[in-house]
Structure formats: C-alpha cells, structure tokens
Design a protein around this ligand. Structure first.
Ligand SMILES: [Zn+2]
Length: 79
C-alpha cells in the first residue's frame, strides 16, 4: 500500500518538495507533481538531493567569497 508524505526532499526533475508517493519499505519513490520515478527509492532521492545541495552550496560560496574579498580589499581594485 502506497502512502504520501511531506518532506524536505526535492524532486530533481521539477524541484517540487511538496509531495512524493513512497512505498512501505521506501524502495520506490515517485514525484506526484511531475511523475518522475526513483527506482532506487528514498536512498536515490536523498543521494540526488545531497549532490544537488552541494552544487548549490558551492555556487553560493563562490559568490560570497568574491563579495568578501572586494569588501576586505577595496583599494586593491583601484590601483
Ligand atoms: Zn517532480
């Protein structure tokens, strides 16, 4: 018997984080929004989310590093 739940995991296909269909032993997950299926179940979805989040975190870190460097060394860019 399938059930639905609300979690923080995001569908890597449509970005929806609202609803997934998941079976009892969590071996199969399906996104209700777009119908994307994750044959690896919750494990696959979590793995994809971790990779996704790492990518986003790195991008944010890059942008912030540039801003911090510019603020700490304002004269360096005027020479
Ligand atoms: Zn989706």
């Amino acid at each position: 018997m399938n059930k639905t739940y609300t979690g923080k995991l995001q569908c890597i296909n449509c970005g929806s984080d609202s609803q997934f269909e998941i079976n009892d032993d969590k071996s199969f997950v399906k996104c209700i929004s777009c119908g994307r299926e994750y044959p690896g179940g919750e494990t696959e979805l979590v793995k994809l989310n971790v990779e996704n989040l790492d990518h986003i975190k790195n991008k944010i870190a890059e942008d912030y590093t540039k801003i911090i460097i510019e603020k700490m060394n304002p004269n360096q860019f005027k020479k």
